[in-house]
Design a protein around this ligand. Structure first.
Ligand code: ATP
Ligand code: MG
Length: 323
């Protein structure tokens, strides 16, 4: 791919370069937020740590279902560190040419090292597609040999690289064990709990606002929804509210909700949230004020009386190096 252009590849040949100013803070459950803060504190204390002979951890693996915010979180972290993020696309690394994929791994790390805009955080999405377990058989086919070669190259480059690397996967179990052990931090990002769903709905429905009862009911009806699906749903509500009256569409509540549910589908790997099963018949739709407005009658925030313990969600975080 790159060898025929005659030019040294730049980081952007491997994916998008995202700037800190474009980052969005994801809504996260408390244990995940706590783990990130712990990591950031460690990074900010790098000099003090060096004085006692250790370095802050620099390699993290984010595992989670599609649309839970892995890319958003990595970008947010890069922004907190003041670094641009190179969002590597694995399809730019893989080629059908013998041994080219391993060479591309080398080219990627060389391009990042030579980047004249300063250090970057490397984010590798769909890491499982690049880094699945090596094949051990002596009779392995050529493509298996090439795959093993690429994983070995990744291992070597990971060990040599002194910057930040975050990899994301929907399926951590298939990742090569030796590579997996290179990650000093593993964070599992669960689907959001009720509290997080309410925050996500508030964020993406804004400037429209829901009263606390309607917000709680709607978040409850989206029980197994990913943040990505919820964002799409909310943005489609806003599109309908703005475009519908101009276009002469039926703006009755049930018609609008039915149109949205028909055009926004949950990821096939995730269950169907209740709202998608019951549609406009869901009780949450009955309590939804209509049309939505930017004001709410009683402006008490929905979470004001909620105890801290309810906000935890139950996410799993592992911050130790794998043995
Ligand atoms: N926790 C969250 N809080 C707020 N918004 C979120 C959150 N998670 C995802 N989103 C929104 O959903 C969309 C998809 O998120 P993102 O690409 O970060 O998910 P992902 O886990 O990387 O998905 P994939 O597995 O498909 O790569 C983005 O527009 C993002 O703004
Ligand atoms: Mg992603």
């Amino acid at each position: 791919m790159f060898h025929r252009t005659g030019k040294e590849p730049t980081p952007e040949d491997f994916g998008a370069l995202l700037q800190p100013s474009e980052a969005l803070e994801p809504v996260l459950a408390k244990p995940v937020r706590a783990a990130l803060l712990e990591w950031l504190m460690e990074i900010w204390a790098a000099e003090d740590l060096q004085a006692v002979g250790v370095q802050p951890r620099k390699k993290a693996l984010f595992a989670g279902k599609p649309g839970t915010g892995k890319t958003t979180l990595a970008h947010h972290l890069a922004a907190r560190l003041g670094l641009p993020m190179l969002a590597v696309r694995p399809d730019r690394m893989m080629t059908t040419y013998v041994s080219e994929s391993a060479a591309n791994v080398g080219r990627l790390f060389d391009a990042v090292a030579a980047h004249d805009g300063g250090p970057l955080l490397i984010f590798i999405d769909e890491f499982d597609s690049l880094a699945s377990e090596r094949v051990q058989s002596a009779h392995a086919p050529t493509n298996a040999y090439d795959h093993n070669h690429m994983v070995n190259t990744l291992l070597r480059r990971f060990d040599e690289y002194d910057g930040y690397i975050i990899a994301a996967t929907n399926d951590p179990a298939v990742i090569d064990k030796a590579l997996w052990r290179r990650f000093e931090i593993q964070i599992e990002i669960d689907l959001p709990g009720q509290f997080e769903r309410e925050r996500i709905l508030e964020r993406y429905l804004s400037p429209y606002r829901l009263n606390p009862v309607a917000l709680t009911a709607l978040a409850d009806s989206m029980d197994t929804a990913s943040p990505s699906l919820m964002r799409q749903w909310c943005e489609n509500v806003k599109r309908q509210l703005v475009v519908g009256p101009k276009a002469g569409w039926d703006m009755g509540k049930r018609s609008v909700i039915a149109r949205i549910l028909a055009s926004v589908s949950p990821h096939p790997d995730l269950g169907k949230p209740r709202l998608w099963s019951l549609g406009a018949d869901d009780a949450a739709i009955a309590s939804l004020p209509w049309p939505l407005t930017t004001e709410i009658a009683s402006a008490a925030p929905a979470d004001a009386t909620r105890p801290e313990t309810e906000q935890n969600g139950g996410n799993v975080v592992a911050m130790g190096p794998r043995q």
